[in-house]
Design a protein around this ligand. Structure first.
Ligand code: IPM
Ligand code: MN
Length: 361
């Protein structure tokens, strides 16, 4: 089992160290190799995704990723910005299926800005298509307008597009995930989010998802416009089970969903290709404001390592052990600053990692 460890920038190194520590506690043999990515790679090699880092990732069964980005790179040309590293990995590895669970941990209900009754027991899974849409559509660029409201003016443009097979494969991923979750007790529903009332691309999306849905009569399918979905997520989040949507809507809705739980520091994510090779990263970013202080929450990264064991390394038992250890640590009342509340014990990044290791015992 070969793992590429790419800590990246900001709090990335601190949180990934804790996940690596947890992995090394398991009685499993991993070959782990670390490489620079993002701003750290730009500083060392002049590129956010050096050839060697990409090769290491492509040759591994899984990538354990921290986070990339820092304000100090905001003035670089786009191809050199840290974010290009994650986009490049997604594109080159074909990581089209992004799983972003939003789970409300019972002990952390109070950390949400929503009323406890709205989010207690919340367990939704956002499945975001990750290699298509306006993120990667060509052509894109700048030019002088020849039509529109201001012919002759400078303009910029991107292309929103999806092919039928791209929609079909992500729809299958969503229906299969809903089926798996239903077997474990959820409702068995897929909500496909689109903007079919305005965009041709998303009328097509809706049509194709409907077609694929016919192969899953045991799973309920509904469709929702993205603006309404944004509203329903805060109004009645528990009405959702699996949400499937395109790259850009998924980017936005998954941030919204993660905040419902009040603890983005707890949420893992997985990005998979057709070979189940995957990239695993916390849902949060590089948090440069708290980098190096030893206070970041490593649990999202530790839980991402658990997802890696389950999805890419075929070690479901080890995954479950880690998840149980995290639950145990929360039950003991240990909290990093982001999830701390009156009556619990505040700990730092390392102490939290150590506590998980101990709970694995
Ligand atoms: C995410 C991030 C990325 C995205 C950025 C860093 C390119 O926001 O993973 O959600 O927009 O996909
Ligand atoms: Mn995002």
């Amino acid at each position: 089992m070969k793992i590429a460890v790419l800590p990246g920038d900001g709090i990335g190194t601190e949180i990934v160290s804790e996940a690596v520590k947890v992995l090394n506690t398991l009685d499993l043999k991993f070959e782990m190799e670390t490489a620079l990515v993002g701003g750290a790679a730009y500083d060392a090699y002049g590129h956010p995704l050096p050839e060697a880092t990409l090769k290491l990732a492509m040759d591994s069964d899984a990538v354990l990723f921290g986070a990339v980005g820092d304000w100090k790179y905001d003035t670089l040309d786009r191809p050199l910005r840290p974010e290009q590293a994650i986009l490049g990995l997604r594109k080159n590895m074909g990581l089209f299926a992004n799983f972003r669970p939003a789970i409300c941990y019972e002990q952390l209900v109070g950390a949400s800005s929503l009323k406890p009754e709205l989010i207690s027991g919340l367990d939704i899974l956002i499945i975001r298509e990750l290699t298509g849409d306006i993120y990667f559509g060509q052509p894109r660029g700048r030019r002088i307008a020849t039509d529109g409201h201001f012919p002759g003016a400078e303009e910029a443009f991107d292309t929103m597009r999806y092919s039928k097979p791209e929609i079909e494969r992500i729809a299958h991923v969503a229906f299969q995930a809903a089926r798996k979750r239903k077997a474990a007790g959820t409702e068995g529903r897929v909500t496909s989010v689109d903007k079919a009332n305005v965009l041709e691309t998303f009328q097509f999306w809706k049509d194709v998802v409907t077609e694929v849905g016919k192969e899953y009569p045991d799973i309920a399918l509904d469709h929702m416009y993205v603006d309404n979905a944004a509203m329903q997520l805060v109004k009645e989040p528990k009405r959702f089970d699996v949400v499937v949507t395109g790259n850009m809507f998924g980017d936005i809705l998954s941030d919204e969903a993660s905040m419902l739980t009040g603890s983005i520091g707890m949420l893992p994510s997985a990005s998979l290709n057709t070979k189940n090779q995957g990239l695993y990263e916390p849902s949060h970013g590089s948090a440069p404001d708290i980098a190096g202080k030893g206070i970041a929450n490593p649990l999202a990264t530790i839980l991402s390592a658990a997802m890696m064991l389950r999805f890419s390394l075929n070690q479901p038992e080890a995954a479950q052990r880690i998840e149980a250890a995290v639950q145990k640590v929360l039950a003991l009342g240990l909290r990093t600053g982001d999830i701390w509340s009156e009556g619990t014990t505040k700990v730092g990044t390392r102490e939290m990692g150590d506590a998980v290791v101990k709970a694995l015992g």
